[in-house]
Design a binder for this molecule. Structure first.
Ligand code: DP6
Length: 339
């Protein structure tokens, strides 16, 4: 018997991945950039056990058994088998996978990213696979490839139809910009109505605005963002982050039927951040929203307590506001993890 346990963190995109050019291989229409969070906060933990005594492959997610006949899971297993040198004696061994998140699954908190990054890492360790494994994580969920690395990470969309060059690469370790902090404001921890996969498919097929964003806006923006990170230029980083989030959600609204992820509280957070920045006379905080109503705020460590004070004044914890506090999920402060 052989057992491996791994932990993998969540990542938050500042230039979003939204649209696949190949649905099966999970190849994106554009490059994206993210920050990987500290493992102490939001992460997935996965244990993979291989044994000659197991009769079949099985998987449990957060304690509940799920079907192995999931194409994403099968994609990951296929990719790892292609790359791994499975020892002869393990050739016919079946595996049992147990994975847990320490945060709500499918609530727009990038649970699949941490989950598949963790599975790819655990399988790579089990089968002693060398080299970059971001492509294996990508085969499970696109954004997962960025969680393989710490700090600031870029996922290159690549050009090859096989996806061989669609991999993640670190831009800079977390220590490069160590004053950056992230607050996650949990507006809702219920499951999203339209999954990311379905939402991005519909948006790509029906929203002309998404095509414009991908072709005309992102190519320059991605390089400006990388430069802003390398230069620790918070004003540019923050503006590009907010614009990219706004434009992703505008593209979603331009889908037919529209995909609506942000709610009134999300929009109140957007207003509050802009008012806060205006009041300070410079850009001190940036919001970004994934496929859900929850906000992630990027800011510098020295501004965290003031911003939280402003937040508590204007969007206090109550049934009408940030119910995430009430559900016992406080604001998380996290540093992107180092390599
Ligand atoms: C809005 O990686 O969850 O968080 O590849 O279909 O699994 P699949 O999608 P997923 O999409 C994430 C979308 C996003 C933006 C991002 O993380 O870049």
């Amino acid at each position: 018997m052989c057992t491996v346990t791994c932990v993998a963190p969540v990542n938050i995109a500042v230039i979003k991945y939204w649209g696949k050019r190949d649905e099966n291989l999970i190849l994106p229409v554009n490059d994206s950039i993210s920050a990987t969070l500290d493992m102490d906060h939001l992460c997935a933990k996965t244990t993979v056990t291989a044994s000659p005594d197991f009769k079949e492959n099985r998987i449990w997610l957060n304690g509940k058994e799920e079907s192995m006949q999931n194409s994403r899971l099968q994609n990951c297993l296929r990719e790892i088998k292609k790359r791994a040198e499975v020892p002869n004696e393990m050739e016919n061994w079946k595996i049992h996978i147990r994975s847990e998140n320490n945060f709500p699954t499918a609530a727009g908190l990038a649970s699949s990213a941490a989950g598949y990054a963790c599975l790819a890492t655990a399988l790579a360790k089990l089968y002693k696979t060398e080299g970059d494994i971001s492509g294996i994580a990508r085969a499970g969920s696109g954004s997962a490839c960025r969680s393989i690395y710490g700090g600031f990470v870029r996922w290159y969309s690549g050009n090859d139809p096989t996806g061989i060059d669609s991999i993640a690469r670190p831009i800079a370790p977390a220590t490069h910009w160590s004053e950056i902090r992230i607050l996650i404001l949990v507006v809702s921890d219920s499951k999203k109505k339209v999954s990311s996969a379905e939402g991005m498919k519909r948006t790509l097929e029906t929203s002309k605005f998404l095509k414009y964003k991908v072709e005309k806006i992102i190519p320059d923006r991605i390089n400006e963002m990388q430069k802003a990170i390398l230069n620790k230029d918070f004003t540019t980083f923050a503006e590009l982050t907010m614009r990219d989030s706004n434009e992703m959600h505008a593209a979603c609204l331009a889908a037919y039927p529209p995909c609506v992820y942000m709610n009134d509280i999300s929009h109140s957070i957007v207003d509050l951040v802009h008012k806060y920045n205006d009041a300070k006379g410079s850009v001190k905080a940036a919001y970004t929203f994934d496929a859900g109503s929850n906000a992630t705020i990027f800011l510098k460590e020295r501004d965290v307590s003031e911003f939280v004070g402003v937040l508590n004044n204007f969007l206090p914890m109550s049934e009408n506001h940030l119910n995430g506090y009430l559900k016992g999920i406080p604001i998380k402060t996290a540093l992107p993890s180092s390599d």
